[in-house]
Design a binder for this molecule. Structure first.
Ligand code: FMN
Length: 366
């Protein structure tokens, strides 16, 4: 039977009251020491109350080393940061939704780090383009230190440390950020990963470190704790990147991730249905769907197309970024046949923090 996007569903072992998820969105609104705060409790609560059954947090840094990428980014790297998430998790659960922590290592894409002087990348390669003004001001990318063998171990342990924190805080799961140009995505990308040792080469070789992290995480997390992974080809400053190996190789990657113990794959692209892979005809999401792996789809979903997307990916969750930013009541409104508010990027100026959004909302009330 067709599973309506508004019906309750079971996804990767979680019971959810519908198929709408909040996409991860960095809001650079934590305290300077990386602790979550009351503003963030209200922020996440609005989405749970607005009808989203699953919230995926903004990218959170897992260690006190090179993983932080932004000023006022929250962490899960020390005990007080872990504790600071408790009121958010409680508020979201009290509103009937689930919440997954997105764990992000910034890699070369660092705009601010309070622990390490220099970004750590798979090679010294910098991202294309310029840093995003949305998350703070910075003219150009920093010089990058290429990972040596001990860095691979440190990064792996950093992720496991963050996952331990997420379990302890009471999150329903974690999502490893393998998209948008951050470290795990860089490792999969031939723009960044030109290594000639065991960590570089074709997709099978480039993916080995990501698979090691997944296997180690799977061994560590308790039963019922969800382990997901976000993947894209594109990055925040390069909308055109494609893996050279194409569709078959992406199909191999998603199968390998499933074999390593991932519970779901979250694909992101500028538009969810566009054929994405070199020489292929399917979107990233279609490849995961056809492989029968639990899927979260993201990219350009709004009030005009969500039902079509839901039907095209019948078992999947629909993750909304900009449409959710525009209107935290999106799900409640479309369910009632009401028109949600459109996005005005002015709410994210001069930077994308919650304070600026709230000021803009107060000034632009009907
Ligand atoms: C302000 C802002 C912050 C974002 N931060 C993150 C992030 O922390 N992690 C991530 O994986 N994606 C992040 N994204 C990307 C979104 O999750 C999403 O993939 C993108 O906006 C495309 O989906 P949409 O068309 O529904 O907006 C961010 C997007 C925006 C607009």
């Amino acid at each position: 039977m067709f599973n309506s996007e508004f019906s309750s569903t079971e996804f990767a072992g979680m019971k959810l009251h519908n198929r709408f998820a909040l996409a991860p969105m960095t809001r650079v609104s934590a305290e300077a020491n990386g602790r979550a705060n009351a503003r963030m409790v209200e922020h996440y609560k609005r989405y749970a109350e607005g009808g989203f059954a699953l919230l995926i947090t903004e990218g959170i840094y897992p260690d006190q080393a090179a993983s932080q990428g932004y000023e006022n980014q929250p962490g899960l790297a020390d005990a007080l940061q872990v504790e600071s998430w408790l009121p958010i998790i409680r508020a979201v659960h009290d509103s009937g939704a689930k919440i997954i922590a997105q764990l992000m290592h910034a890699g070369a894409q660092v705009q601010y780090n309070s622990f390490d002087q220099q970004p750590l990348g798979v090679t010294e390669q910098q991202p294309k383009g310029a840093p995003l003004g949305l998350y703070g001001t910075q003219e150009s990318w920093h010089d990058v230190k290429a990972m040596d063998e001990s860095d691979f171990e440190r990064v792996l342990n950093g992720f496991l440390h963050g996952i331990r924190g997420a379990v302890e805080a009471g999150f329903d799961g974690v999502e490893l950020h393998g998209a948008n140009g951050y470290l795990l995505n860089e490792i999969l990308s031939t723009h960044f990963n030109t290594r000639e040792d065991k960590w570089g080469g074709d997709m099978q070789r480039r993916a080995q470190f990501v698979l090691e992290i997944v296997k180690a995480a799977r061994e560590m997390v308790p039963n019922g704790f969800v382990l997901g992974m976000r993947l894209s080809q594109i990055t925040i400053t390069d909308q055109d990147y494609q893996w050279p190996e194409g569709e078959e190789s992406f199909n191999w990657l998603v199968q390998a991730l499933a074999d390593a113990g991932i519970d779901y794959i979250h694909t992101t692209d500028t538009e969810v249905n566009t054929p994405a892979l070199k020489g292929g005809v399917r979107s990233l999401a279609e490849v995961v769907r056809d492989a029968g792996i639990p899927l979260i789809v993201n990219g350009g979903i709004d009030d005009t197309n969500y039902a079509k997307v839901a039907a095209h990916y019948p078992e999947s969750l629909l993750a909304l970024g900009k449409a959710a930013l525009a209107d935290p009541q999106f799900v409640n409104k479309v369910k009632e046949g009401d028109k949600p508010d459109a996005l005005d990027f002015a709410m994210l100026q001069p930077i994308a923090n919650i304070e600026n959004e709230m000021r803009w909302r107060a000034e632009n009330k009907d």
